[in-house]
Design a protein around this ligand. Structure first.
Ligand code: SAH
Length: 219
């Protein structure tokens, strides 16, 4: 049997940053540093740590996935986050993307539709020291009106259209990334509101996300 050495998450993380992110065109050093600091293995189920740095989405239970690192990096780079930005994530899942995003932004809010996932993410983020992130259970397509407006909105599940409530909760100069399209493939859109309030959008390329679901979760 070949000797495979001790599993070293720090080294895996460095390799991920180099090969999955930097070599594939992620240029924003703040984004690369954020990925280099956050232990992705803390966001997977116990026993699955060794898959944490695989170049793919990872199963997080309840039919949901933690996105592939490269896709999260593309989204975060496009959002161009700054330390004073007020940020919303729709689809918190494991909490991995919101942890990265919050390390680049200011006040951070997240909505997750499945109560068990929201609870687990809250606990995990608390344990990792991300105590300022506020997470609530519910339908994120209606945003978080009490905390709006936001400088940046990250939507981590794919829907048929851009929810109007989310656009209305963007500040002037605000940015939102959101996968929009069908069940099996979506277009990752960067939606921007200008200073004068006009809304523009451009595509960042094809992606595949789990569905953005507006119905309440049964359990
Ligand atoms: N950003 C997550 C990825 C989670 S997958 C991570 O880093 O782990 C997408 C998540 O969106 C799932 O957990 C799913 O339950 C959630 N979701 C789907 N529709 C939603 C909605 N309308 N409001 C809030 N969360 C939603």
């Amino acid at each position: 049997m070949p000797w495979r050495g001790r599993w070293d998450p720090g080294r895996e993380r460095e390799r991920m940053v180099t090969h999955q992110l930097r070599e594939r065109g992620i240029r924003d050093e703040r984004v690369l540093e954020a990925f280099g600091r956050l232990p992705r293995e803390a966001f997977v189920d116990p026993g699955r740590e060794r898959s944490a740095y695989d170049d793919r989405p990872l199963d997080l239970g309840r039919g949901q996935t933690i996105s592939q690192p490269w896709v999260v990096a593309v989204m975060l780079e496009a959002l161009d986050l700054h330390p004073t930005d007020r940020l919303l994530e729709v689809g918190v899942g494991s909490g991995y993307a919101i942890a990265l995003a919050s390390s680049l932004a200011g006040e951070t809010y997240g909505v997750e539709r499945i109560p068990e996932l929201a609870d687990a993410a809250r606990e995990r983020l608390d344990r990792l020291g991300f105590r300022a992130i506020r997470i609530r259970t519910g339908d994120g397509t209606t945003g978080w009106p009490e905390a709006a407006p936001f400088d940046a909105i990250l939507v981590s599940a794919g829907g048929r259209e851009v929810p109007a409530a989310l656009v209305s909760q963007l500040k002037p100069s605000g940015r939102m990334v959101i996968p929009v399209g069908g069940e099996f493939e979506q277009d990752l859109l960067l939606v921007r509101r200008t200073e004068s309030g006009e809304v523009s959008q451009r595509s960042l390329g094809p992606v595949r996300f789990v569905p953005l679901i507006s119905d309440p979760h049964p359990g």
